[in-house]
Design a protein around this ligand. Structure first.
Ligand code: NAD
Length: 462
């Protein structure tokens, strides 16, 4: 008898457990905004089995994508795009691109918002693209939708978006808003999508949050962590994460400046600090200051949010300022090195290696500074040249690092591309006119530079 009760309990509990286990369901998703984030999200979600349509107002971008031309440089992305597009017509994967935003909002059940939220002139997040997207959504909701906010938006934006849609006459029963901020790093975005550290989901309606979580089930079953919380905590997790990462960079750059003054070696200091598990060894690389599309704008937006909430936040208030001051220290050093000299070779234009993104790159500050002083600039970057040409058409862009270095009075290393790390200093010394290097990424060993008779300045590296 006892045996039968045991078996029945086992059967019931396994049935119960089976019911509790979420099962993967293919969803129909429209991703609005096909930039770095929207494209990686769209291709990634298609790769794990969803039916995706990526839309954008940029018709040229969409036309290129329809021809399998990826508008950004992101390692590994094309390798996922091609099979996702090819399998469009059979059962498992599908990925389409188009500009019919209204139609796609109507046709899909889940709408991802991945449009840009750049820094406004006043230093807070410019939400005009979000507002335009909400307008489109309001006009086209006829069936129940989940609206999922991927763009980085200040805390309170999702709740505000809900009110905006209601004010525009949308029935609140027709939609749920979910926050699902993005944490990808340009240059390793595909890897981050597939094997990232975490998925953060904020929601008011738990079942909508669960449905977004279940989109990522193949990744979660593979060990990716997730957290479901409320809308505001999710939005703030994104800003707080970027705030702490930017703080680490600004901090080690300040320490590097001190190292330059007191005969200490910042690489050793960072290694020693990183041996403490509480600190960790990531994000302690000194450089020319943080750039890119996220840290500058997100730290400024966090500062603005603090201010709006009447908080005098000492740390947050100084992250951006410290970074700007650090960049100025390097520019001053470059200007000193260039007294009575004319020709500058810039190696690297992007804000970091393995991307073509030049947004808030130190190279922009550098070119502006040099052009004001009428210096001759030759620049080389493996991926960022086309983007920089649009900002500064009057720079001489080279097709090789050697070409850029030829006859230079000063070489400035801006980006830590692998191909610069293997630069032969003997060849460099032969090509340039004056042996002088400002190495903002500490890629050269000071002993090697000395051996080849270079005068040099680096970021706290003896
Ligand atoms: P992006 O500028 O590369 O792409 C934005 C895209 O949105 C563009 O293609 C643009 O044409 C399109 N767009 C603008 N308005 C539109 C509209 N009304 N309808 C449809 N499409 C529209 O921006 P991004 O770097 O992909 O960033 C998008 C968001 O993700 C931002 O909030 C950003 O802060 C956040 N984010 C970016 C990164 C990153 O590394 N780039 C990482 C995490 C989060």
């Amino acid at each position: 008898m006892r045996y039968y009760i045991f078996c029945a309990t086992l059967l019931l509990s396994s049935k119960f457990l089976a019911q509790q286990q979420p099962v993967f369901k293919k969803e129909k998703i429209c991703v609005i905004g096909t930039g770095y984030v929207g494209l990686v999200t769209g291709i990634g979600l298609a790769h794990i089995g969803h039916d995706i349509t990526c839309v954008d107002i940029d018709a040229k971008k969409i036309a290129n994508l329809k021809n399998n031309i990826i508008p950004i440089y992101e390692p590994g992305l094309k390798e996922l795009l091609i099979p996702a597009v090819k399998k469009r017509d059979n059962s498992k994967q599908s990925l389409r691109f188009n500009t019919s935003i209204d139609h796609e909002i109507q046709a899909n059940d889940i709408i991802y918002i991945a449009v840009g939220t750049p820094m406004s002139d006043e230093g807070h997040a410019d939400l005009r693209a979000i507002e335009a997207t909400l307008n489109n959504i309001a006009k086209n909701i006829t069936t129940k939708k989940i609206i999922c906010m991927k763009s980085t938006v200040p805390v309170g934006t999702c709740a505000h978006a809900k009110q905006t849609l209601i004010k525009k006459g949308v029935n609140p029963l027709l939609f749920d808003i979910v926050s699902n901020p993005e944490f990808l790093k340009e240059g390793t975005a595909v890897e981050d999508f597939l094997h990232g550290d975490r998925i953060i989901i904020g929601c008011e309606n738990k079942s909508a949050g669960e449905r977004i979580k279940n989109l990522y089930l193949p990744l979660i079953n593979n060990g990716m962590k997730y957290l479901i919380t409320n809308l505001e905590s999710s939005e703030l997790t994104k800003y707080a994460s970027n705030g702490i990462l930017a703080t680490k960079i600004a901090f080690i750059n300040e320490i590097a400046q001190l190292c330059n003054k007191v005969h200490a070696n910042v690489q050793d200091v960072a290694t020693g600090m990183g041996m403490d598990k509480r600190i960790g060894n990531k994000f302690l690389n000194p450089g020319p200051g943080f750039g890119g599309s996220c840290f500058p704008k997100d730290t400024k937006a966090l500062e603005a949010t603090m201010k709006k909430n009447n908080l005098d936040a000492h740390i947050v208030r100084t992250i951006f300022k410290s970074n700007e001051q650090h960049k100025q220290v390097i520019l001053d050093r470059i200007n000193t090195a260039l007294e009575n000299k004319e020709n500058v070779a810039i190696l690297g234009l992007t804000f970091k290696a393995n991307t073509d993104d030049i947004r808030y790159s130190f190279a922009i500050d550098l070119i502006e500074n040099l052009q004001k002083k009428n210096k001759n600039i030759k620049a080389y970057d493996p991926q960022g040249t086309d983007n920089m040409k649009q900002l500064f058409p009057n720079v001489t862009y080279c097709t090789s690092k050697e070409d850029a270095i030829k006859n230079a009075d000063l070489i400035v290393i801006v980006t830590e591309w692998d191909e610069f790390k293997t630069l032969d200093l003997k060849t460099c010394a032969e090509l340039c006119r004056t042996k002088c290097i400002v190495d903002t990424r500490n890629i050269f060993k000071p002993q090697e530079l000395k051996r080849h008779n270079f005068t040099y300045f680096n970021i706290g590296n003896m």
